[in-house]
Design a protein around this ligand. Sequence first.
Ligand code: HEC
Length: 146
Amino acid sequence: MNRTIVSAAMVIPAALVVSLAFGAMQQSGNQQKVKDASSLDPFMQLKLVHSKDILEGLATEDFEMIAKGAQSLTALSLESSWNVYTTEKYLQQSSDFRQSLKIIKEGAHEKNIDRAALGYLNMTVQCLECHRYLKTTQTTDKNLVK
Ligand code: HEC
């Protein structure tokens, strides 16, 4: 019973962080160019799909779903399409992102929902930090490879 309460206490803030995150992303998108979900870059949009799987897995204590979502995101982050930029900072952000996914996967394998939820919170911070970096860095500072 206690575990369930603790887990809910972890997952609910996580869900809040994510809705805030997506709200912020949408808002900043609106300022630059008007976009709806269908015009998002399909590769980048996959990140949303897999991170929602993790959230669903956390909310329903489906460890397989959590692990699968985290694994899919890890695989995505290792594809060449991920490396839109090749700056040291971007590579560092990507590595931090994968580190948070590792915590999620370990939590799922240990059937430790709290650890997986902590990893998820960390992952969400990494989503935002990388996007913030992209927004605040001058285009000329980025080595655009796409
Ligand atoms: C290491 C950097 C990095 C991390 C971490 C990261 N992203 Fe991104 N994201 C990008 C880049 C680069 C783009 C493409 C931006 C562009 O085209 O200007 C992008 C674009 C997106 C887009 C499409 C936005 C658009 O306007 O088309 C979505 C949605 C998105 N990311 C979601 C996420 C989610 C969800 C996470 C975390 C699970 C995440 N991202 C983590 C770098 C990152």
